[in-house]
Design a protein. Sequence first.
Length: 150
Amino acid sequence: MRASRGTTTRTLKEAHANLSKQIDKPIGALLQDLKQRGMLEDTLVVFGGEFGRTPTVELNDKGQEKQGRDHNPYGFSMWLAGGGVKGGTVYGATDEFGFRATENIVHVHDLHATILHLLGFDHEKFTYRYAGRDFRLTDVYGRVVTEILA
């Protein structure tokens, strides 16, 4: 499979490795800087993509590889640092293929509830009634994932 960026053409795997290298040092520097200045404990850093991606490449109508991977709502990785999060904690896992979350599944409403909690808000207090139904930022679900809290 080929992915193009400017005049350089490379495989999707090579492109991902290159992009990871480009972001790794700046993110590490940000975390190190926050820690050196004593700000990491009060600053919540949330890192994730726009959506989960399948661990496989997409195929075109002819069965040939094309650029990109499909959206994947069944497995999604993110990380949080500082701001009340227990450092070095890995919470959750996917199957051996990386397709579906299998352990300690965190729904997006749980993630939002946890982030709001770390920012000092009770997500359940954001409930309002409209058209005979309760609504809130975390819908009417969501639990704070206390297992990752410092």
